[in-house]
Design a protein around this ligand. Structure first.
Ligand code: SF4
Length: 216
C-alpha cells in the first residue's frame, strides 16, 4: 500500500475567480470533499460526501494542465483533511499564487505563510456563528482576507461589531458579500456607503456567469 499523501477531491476545474481580491482571474480550483458545518445558504452541499481519493502528485499534475498562476483550494472545508497542509505547500513551492477558502471554524495557523487565507467569519444568518474560531483573527497577515456573507441587516450590524472588536481595519482585506438569495445587493451597497465602511463589497461573479453550476 502506497504511503503517498492523498486527499479526497470533489472536483478540479478551471474557471474565473468569482470572489476575493483575485476576482476575475483565470484560476484552477481544487475542491476538497467534506465539511463539518452546515450553513443555511451553502451552495456546495454536493461536496459534503463522495469525491475521489487523489495523491498530491496527481493533483499537482492535473493543476499543471491549465495555463494560469492562480490556484484556489476550496471545499467543503479544505482544512478538515490534514493533507490539505502539504498540498498548499507543494502548490506554493511549484510557484503558484495560492488562495485557501476556509470556513473560519478550523485553525489556520499551520498553513504555509505564502497562502492567501480567505477566512469566512460565519454570520448569525449562516446558522453556524457558534463555530467561529476567533483565535484565527490573531493569525491574519496583511494579504489575508476576512469575508462576511451578509444575510440581513442584523448580519451587517454583527459584521461591523466584529471588525471593531477584533480591530480588523487595516490589518487585512475585508470582504462583504450579500447572501445571493437573502440579501439585496444594492441595499447592502447603500449601507456600506452610508457608514463609510472600509470594506470591499463583492458579488459572486460565477453565479452571474454560470448560475453556480458545479465545475464553474
Ligand atoms: S462552511 Fe462552506 S462548504 Fe461548509 S456548509 Fe458552510 S458554506 Fe457550505
Amino acid at each position: 500500500m502506497s504511503d503517498t499523501p492523498r486527499l479526497r477531491i470533489t472536483e478540479i476545474f478551471f474557471s474565473l475567480q468569482g470572489e476575493s481580491t483575485l476576482v476575475g482571474y483565470p484560476t484552477v480550483f481544487v475542491r476538497l470533499t467534506g465539511c463539518p458545518l452546515r450553513c443555511g445558504y451553502c451552495d456546495t452541499a454536493y461536496a459534503f460526501q463522495g469525491g475521489e481519493w487523489m495523491s498530491l502528485d496527481a493533483i499537482l499534475e492535473q493543476v499543471s494542465g491549465h495555463r494560469t498562476r492562480y490556484v484556489t483550494v476550496t471545499g467543503g472545508e479544505p482544512l478538515a483533511q490534514k493533507n490539505c497542509l502539504p498540498l498548499l505547500q507543494r502548490l506554493c513551492d511549484a510557484g503558484y499564487q495560492v488562495s485557501l477558502e476556509t470556513s473560519g471554524a478550523l485553525d489556520i495557523s499551520a498553513t504555509d505563510a505564502r497562502v492567501i487565507r480567505i477566512v469566512d467569519l460565519k454570520t448569525p444568518g449562516s446558522g453556524e456563528v457558534e463555530r467561529n474560531l476567533y483565535q484565527n483573527m490573531g493569525h491574519l497577515q496583511a494579504h489575508d482576507q476576512v469575508k462576511f456573507v451578509i444575510c440581513s441587516r442584523a448580519d451587517y450590524e454583527w459584521a461591523k461589531e466584529k471588525i471593531e472588536e477584533h480591530d480588523l481595519t487595516g490589518r487585512c482585506e475585508l470582504l462583504f458579500s450579500p447572501s445571493h438569495d437573502q440579501q439585496n445587493a444594492t441595499e447592502l451597497a447603500d449601507w456600506i456607503l452610508q457608514d463609510q465602511l472600509p470594506v470591499r463589497m463583492q458579488l459572486q461573479l460565477h453565479k452571474y456567469l454560470w448560475d453556480n453550476k458545479p465545475g464553474h
